[in-house]
Design a protein around this ligand. Structure first.
Ligand code: ADP
Ligand code: MG
Length: 372
């Protein structure tokens, strides 16, 4: 399976008035499951359409494997059907008058394959997706999840080298989404197809991706494994976009500890020593105020209040089954903690939390970039 390389791509709509992508660079390794993640309007679909050959960028180059498929400079632009890609959209338009079998075989028939070969391929694909019992039904006689599987099958039946998916689970209810998501991942692992998957849903991205490319305003803000984005977000936007519930953010001042031993972050809701490894970067930044981020899952219950504990009042407890979300009011501030050991009904009670200072995230309030 081929890699995909996008170099210096620029796309503008409306006669150049809407810049959808600028200086866009991306490499997707062969067989990789790459997720483009970002808020609505950040340019995800535009990237996918460029790879598919549905949009001709104003500048830049796209290679699939060693093959240049798009190049503004070299005046190369392969048609979609010359690219050996398959695409699945959120609105998976199946042919309503054809059976599932007809929907699956249609693309192969247009490729002039032998009837027996088509039949074998359709059966094989249907089996892979668990829809072999539905081959003689029409789309109207299928559930949403079954229709989505047919749409995937229609894309896969052609043995594409590259699989492009644009929010393909958006129309499914939550439970079905989990199931199809899991099946999709299993399928991709077994086929090894280079896959680019677009979503605005960070949970979907975290669970599916080998690598996440987080986009905003037509640019890549950070790319990395789900774990890297979660534990080392490069800036405030990434920190806030990845992880649920959202990271807690609070503005703190930077001070020297009274005994001169190091730096202290403090605000009206917390006081924390700065870990040694970050202290130098923090000093170098020259900021006396920073934004501190704490992931809800990084809190622990403190046995008692101490100099570095966060002491507040439990406002709301949301049971998740294996953990609870606790909304803790600390003065004017609200912190969310995800805790695994918490008595059921503690609303109104006082609670002290601690966090390992090594796990906090520090951001520059002006550039919004990570410090340390
Ligand atoms: P996403 O898929 O991340 O929601 P898109 O790639 O669809 O983002 O859009 C990126 C930007 O380009 C948005 O500002 C959108 O409004 C604009 N855009 C997309 N398609 C068109 C179009 N056909 N004409 C004009 N503007 C468009
Ligand atoms: Mg889109």
């Amino acid at each position: 399976m081929p890699s995909i390389t996008i170099s210096d791509m620029r796309v503008a709509y409306n006669n150049g008035k809407t810049l959808a992508l600028s200086d866009f660079n991306l490499r997707i390794e062969d067989g990789e499951f790459c997720v483009l993640l970002g808020p609505s309007g950040c340019g995800k679909t535009t990237v996918l359409h460029c790879i598919a050959g549905l949009i001709k960028p104003d500048s830049g180059e796209i290679r699939i494997g060693e093959n240049v498929v798009t190049s503004a400079e070299k005046r190369v632009f392969l048609r979609p059907q010359e690219r050996n890609i398959a695409m699945v959209f959120q609105e998976y338009a199946l042919y309503p008058n054809m059976t599932v079998r007809g929907n699956l075989s249609f693309a192969l028939e247009t490729m002039n394959k032998a009837r027996s070969e088509i039949q074998a391929k359709v059966e094989q694909t249907a089996q892979m997706l668990g829809i072999e019992g539905l081959l003689d039904r029409k789309p109207a006689e299928l559930s949403g999840g079954q229709r989505q599987r047919v749409a995937l099958g229609r894309a896969l039946v052609r043995d594409p080298q590259v699989f492009l998916l644009d929010e393909p689970l958006g129309n499914l209810d939550a439970k079905l989404r989990d199931q199809v998501r899991y099946e999709l991942r299993k399928l991709q692992l077994s086929l090894g197809v280079t896959t680019v998957y677009v979503t605005h849903d960070q949970t979907e991205a975290m669970t599916l991706a080998d690598r996440i490319v987080l986009m905003k305003d037509g640019r890549v803000l950070q790319e990395g494994t789900p774990r890297e984005l979660y534990s080392e977000p490069k800036n405030l936007f990434v920190a806030g976009f990845v992880g649920t519930p959202q990271i807690n953010l609070t503005r703190c001042s930077v001070r020297r500890q009274a005994d001169g031993s190091g730096l202290l972050l403090s605000s009206n809701c917390l006081s924390l020593p700065v870990p040694q490894k970050t202290a130098a970067c923090l000093l170098a930044s020259g900021r006396d105020e920073v934004i501190v981020g704490i992931r809800p899952a990084d809190f622990q219950i403190a046995r008692e209040s101490g100099p570095f504990s966060l002491d507040g009042r439990v406002e709301v407890v949301e049971p998740l089954g294996d953990a609870v979300l606790v909304y803790l009011a600390i003065g004017e501030h609200m912190m969310v903690a995800k805790l695994t050991e918490m008595a059921e009904d503690e609303v109104g009670a006082s609670l002290s939390l601690t966090v390992d200072p090594a796990r906090i995230h520090i951001f520059d309030p002006v550039t919004e970039e990570r410090i340390g």
